[in-house]
Design a protein around this ligand. Structure first.
Ligand code: AMP
Length: 515
């Protein structure tokens, strides 16, 4: 689908309404344009987590003070649009000022204490403008998830409070800071730094990193750490410090000692350009995502890798249940199956935990046998399945495995129409994408094998080895291959006999799955 360019709130609403009506999850990335990799990291997260992605580009006049750089702020809508098109963004919302603030406009959102210090103190009215425009964007798009960068840490907390305090139905996801190779946090304003100032700007991130090293070496007293940061910055005469502080993450109040999740906030000026940066303290080697978790533990949940059961899964569930392609084919029994997305919310609160998806299900047209419908069930299929992957029961199974099928709406006849197969495969591919940490796929049985080879790995049917051949002599086979739909990530694929069909059985493959 081509990227839509939208300038009117009314059109934005209609677009979002349409997406929602199709059961799609919607992600919004608010920006002021002049896009760089920092913005694009938010777009990538949104693309991975949501069916429909909207990026707003709006340089919001109400968040700039009278002496600030509103008129000089970099703008290149055409270039940004081209970039977003290459990221398959569904719509770019770039309203003109008259659309956002028509003449009679007079309502503003006033954030509380969290907005008082730091940026709020130096830029009076800034967060009032930010909160107002963000709420207006939320109301125009009504996203399920909105993406913001840790780069603007205070802004993150202002927006999380806004969402919480005003009962907004949006999930706020925070993504880590993207930096240049020398550590400088990317910012649209960096483009305006002179060559000398650009060089000097490195001192900000470098001084924060130095503080982090000191903390890892055992120094936790903030007075000492701030002194060290100032010393480093002071060595760079072009840099003027606006503020430096080490604060608790929730209320941004200064702390005497650093603990996991404390944040160093810094703002400096280099000539006419202001730069801000921050660093979350935590254990050595902690990932940026973990550090964010430490700082924002109070909720909402912000693991940027996680998927949210109940948003996209809900969309796929309704897509499968209403699959017109199958409904149109008379040999298909509808609705004979229960589908994995129906149960994801209940059984997989954290989709990150699933490492292996098993493709191939119990015998068709017997809802009373469906594992997810009756988690305690034991029968030939379930016993065979547990033995194959080396777990004792459903509770253990669901800690790392998910079970699905290549062919959903099994036909009454042996032959399943090609078109239906294709659609089933499409749903299977969408299910696999739910699990960000997928390492292996186990394919059980000859039918699932054929389906998987053709529609997931994209292989030519003429080139596919006969199943029996492949499994000889040990009763299972394995390959490592890049999976086209999963960003070409290499997964381990294991092929086994189906535990119910036929006479042959595969031995346990638990060892191959690293158990
Ligand atoms: P802006 O266009 O400056 O308003 O930024 C739009 C969004 O991108 C905000 O949520 C910022 O926090 C985020 N952002 C800006 N720079 C970065 C960066 N270097 N890394 C991560 N996110 C960023």
């Amino acid at each position: 689908m081509p990227t839509r360019s939208i300038t009117k709130v009314e059109d934005m609403r209609a677009f979002a309404r349409e997406a929602r009506a199709h059961g799609k999850s919607l992600g919004l990335v608010p920006t002021m344009g002049a896009l760089h990799e920092g913005h694009l990291s938010l777009v990538r997260h949104a693309r991975r987590q949501c069916d429909v992605v909207v990026v707003s580009i709006y340089v919001n006049p109400t968040q700039f003070g009278p002496s600030e750089d509103f008129t000089r702020y970099p703008r290149d809508l055409e270039k940004d649009f081209g970039t977003l098109r290459s990221f398959n963004v569904d719509a770019v919302f770039a309203p003109p000022d008259a659309e956002m603030y028509p003449e009679a406009y007079q309502t503003f959102v006033e954030p509380g204490e969290i907005a008082a210090g730091f940026e709020g103190a130096l830029r009076p009215g800034h967060f009032r403008g930010v909160a107002t425009v963000v709420l207006k964007l939320f109301n125009s798009v009504r996203p399920d998830i909105a993406y913001f960068g840790q780069k603007d840490f205070q802004q993150v907390q202002v927006i999380r409070r806004l969402a919480e305090d005003l009962n907004l139905e949006v999930r706020v996801v925070i993504c880590p800071i993207v930096r240049d190779s020398d550590g400088l946090a990317l910012s649209s304003r960096n483009a305006y730094l002179s060559a000398e100032d650009r060089q000097a700007a490195r001192a900000l991130a470098a001084s924060l990193r130095h503080a982090q090293e000191l903390v890892h070496a055992g120094e936790t007293e903030t007075a000492k750490l701030l002194e060290e940061i100032s010393k480093r910055l002071g060595a760079e005469p072009r840099v003027q410090i606006d503020y430096l502080a080490i604060v608790g993450p929730a209320r941004l109040q200064p702390v005497e000692r650093v603990t996991a999740g404390s944040v160093a906030l810094g703002a400096v000026r280099l000539g006419p350009i202001r730069l801000i940066d921050n660093l979350i303290f935590g254990p050595p080697g902690a990932s940026p995502e973990l550090l964010l978790q430490l700082a924002l533990t109070a909720q909402p949940e912000v693991d940027t890798r996680s998927k949210f059961p109940g948003l996209e899964t809900e969309a796929l569930r309704s897509k499968i249940e209403n699959c017109r392609e199958c409904a149109a084919i008379s040999s298909i029994m509808l609705p004979p199956r229960e589908f994995l997305p129906k149960y994801l919310k209940r059984d997989y609160p954290d989709l990150n935990s699933v490492r292996t998806v098993i493709v191939g299900r119990d015998s068709p047209i017997k809802p009373e046998n469906f594992l997810y419908r009756h988690p305690g069930i034991t029968n030939r299929f379930v016993n065979g399945l547990y033995e194959l992957v080396g777990v004792k029961d459903f509770n253990e199974f669901k800690t790392r495995f998910a079970l699905t099928d290549a062919v959903r709406c099994h036909g009454a006849a042996d032959h399943i129409a090609e078109k239906a197969l294709e659609y089933c495969a499409k749903h299977l591919r969408e299910e696999l994408k739910f699990f960000p940490n997928l390492e292996s796929i186990v394919v059980m049985g000859g039918d699932a094998y054929l389906q998987f080879q053709r529609f997931v790995l994209g292989r030519d049917p003429a080139q596919i080895r006969p199943f029996e051949d492949l499994l000889r002599p040990q009763g299972w086979a394995q390959e490592a291959c890049p999976v086209p739909l999963l960003d070409e990530r290499t997964l381990k694929i294991l092929y086994c006999y189906h535990p119910t069909y036929g006479y042959k059985r595969s031995p346990s493959i638990a060892a191959q799955l690293g158990l």
